[in-house]
Design a protein. Structure first.
Length: 262
């Protein structure tokens, strides 16, 4: 397998969240990342960077290393080797960098006995003084009438909407979204995709994972494709389609999974 085609990226009182303002910078830089669990190598020399004000999709088959890479960026997994820098902060040295990340896991887990309103209030209290909050999705999802219900009574789709509201709530400079439309109906799915695109236009950096290739085609500027813990492609989405000779991203990814490009 050849090395991936790399296209260069141009170069409590709580502290304010630093925001990068130029699209030529990288908000996340990963260098030679390695991680094994027992005798299983999950990440093997992964190096990449995610550009400011761009949407980057991290894709690959199951067990490719996507979740481990995301968890390492979030500080939830400690790599065996390598370096991660997020918005100028070296991960493992300064945990305050996580204040600048809005994370939407594939399935949100909240205290079952709390109401949605209490969950939001708790997070606001834990975060401390903050700039203006982004509650746009509360109204877009028509979620306010559901906020006084206990989380355990909410449907899966309503929980996912609450999960999305929390990710965007503090206007972070970096969003990490894991399967953001999973469990949502077509209307809600369209709302969150429109929100992601608006955030990019306002300068927010977005990293997302999805198994829905049409969603990646609609949203992503760049693609990082992982296979067996190594990056096989890292660059603009349109270049991947050109490289493989397929206009369909699903077919382009299939070519990479089969070990080549036409």
């Amino acid at each position: 397998m050849t090395s991936p085609e790399r296209l260069p990226l141009e170069p409590p009182d709580a502290p304010a969240i630093p925001r990068l303002v130029t699209s030529t910078a990288a908000i996340v830089e990963v260098t030679d990342l390695g991680k094994s669990f027992g005798g299983l190598t999950v990440l093997d020399g992964v190096s990449t960077s995610f550009a400011v004000a761009r949407i980057t999709a991290v894709v690959g088959p199951n067990a490719a290393g996507k979740s481990t890479l995301i968890k390492a960026i979030l500080g939830l997994v400690r790599p065996d080797r390598g370096r991660i820098v997020v918005n100028g902060h070296v991960v493992t040295r300064d945990w305050d960098y996580r204040r600048g990340i809005g994370y939407m896991p594939q399935a949100g887990h909240f205290p079952e006995n709390l109401t949605g309103r209490e969950v939001l209030s708790m997070l606001k209290h834990l975060r401390g003084p903050s700039a203006e909050l982004d509650e746009e999705l509360l109204d877009a999802f028509a979620l306010r009438p559901e906020l006084d219900k206990q989380v355990r009574t909410l449907s899966g789709g309503t929980r996912q909407k609450l999960n999305a509201v929390i990710a965007f709530l503090f206007r972070p400079p970096l969003l990490i979204l894991d399967e953001p439309t999973a469990g949502l109906d077509p209307v809600a799915s369209g709302i969150i995709k429109d929100k992601i695109l608006r955030c990019r236009e306002s300068g927010t950096s977005v990293v997302l994972t999805s198994h829905i290739m049409s969603e990646i085609e609609e949203l992503a500027d760049s693609v990082v494709f992982l296979l067996e813990g190594r990056i096989r492609f890292d660059g603009p989405r349109l270049d991947l389609q050109r490289l493989t000779g397929h206009q369909s991203l699903e077919r382009a990814i299939a070519v990479l999974m089969q070990g080549g490009a036409s």
